[in-house]
Design a binder for this molecule. Sequence first.
Ligand code: ZN
Ligand code: FE
Length: 245
Amino acid sequence: MHSYVYGELEVVQLLAFADNYLYLISSDSRQTWTAIDPGDAGVIEQALEQLGGRLTRILATHHHVDHVGGIAKLKDLFGAKVYGPQNCKKDCRVGISSLDKDSSELEDHRIRLLEVPGHTACHVAYYFAEHSCVFVGDALFAMGCGRLFTGTMENLHASVQNLLSLPEKTQVFCAHEYTLRNFEFAESLGRLSPEQKARKNRVLTLRKDELPTVPFLVADEKATSPFYTSSLAKFKECRLLRDIF
Ligand code: ZN
Ligand code: FE
């Protein structure tokens, strides 16, 4: 369990399954919590026992089971309100409130909803502009992005570009620890740039101690990711090569 503090916003990062990150966030000194992409209810329950406080809200980024698998149980246990793209309903087996763009319901956190389709046709990210963090699910990874399932390549490219147009100091909280593998892929494309090498060394140091390489900065991603390109053709080539890597 790792905790990051940005003003009154606390982000707790939890590991689930092999390489998933689930998040609990609080902006009222751990009285109430919002879970993001709780694929495993047990992990959240256990964390809440340690942290104290109540789970009042659940946010889903997209409908894949490693992101929504724990929602039905958590809703039962805590009566938390669930938000996410409408097509999550079937997989979550619970009612979902859709967030409107102004997200007035989430006012206390001042969350901005970003639509980032591609990995799935409906995929959202939750942006805390005031605290410079964004929760992106599988839309963006360090040195990578989620593969194409039900969206289009154009969607995927635009979503990566959009997320990386956020302020450079934005901390990106993605849902998987794929960074080292993504560096191996980057190396397969050619020699690493000095910036890439420097980042890889930082990543290796963290992973040696099994520490997360997430969150990461938009600035670092722009400086090093092979997926950061304005060219759709280049992006597509990169994505297709990554699929078979
Ligand atoms: Zn996914
Ligand atoms: Fe996932």
